[in-house]
Design a protein around this ligand. Structure first.
Ligand SMILES: [Zn+2]
Length: 85
């Protein structure tokens, strides 16, 4: 798993002869946006690592969702148990 979120940024490179110059087909820069020591940081991801990083941030999100669901269930259980004493 990896922390943070996966983001795709579009940009033009500034070269006048590039396909991006008309502003329609831009370059993609992939980044992972994470908190490091409580501060938001963005790290560029090279194209060959994009799929791996995307999978690992997705996996972390699913893990977090599952953990949140378990916390909710356990809280409800605790409150029910408390009432039934
Ligand atoms: Zn360009």
């Amino acid at each position: 798993m990896l922390p943070g979120s996966f983001v795709e940024r579009k940009h033009s490179c500034g070269r006048p002869n590039c396909h991006c110059a008309d502003g329609k087909i831009l370059h993609s820069q992939y980044q992972i946006s994470v908190l490091v020591d409580g501060k938001p940081k963005a790290f560029n991801i090279p194209a060959e690592l994009v799929e791996k990083v995307r999978e690992k941030t997705d996996m972390r999100r699913r893990f977090d969702d599952a953990a949140a669901a378990i916390r909710d269930i356990n809280l409800k259980r605790l409150l029910r148990e408390k009432e039934n004493r």
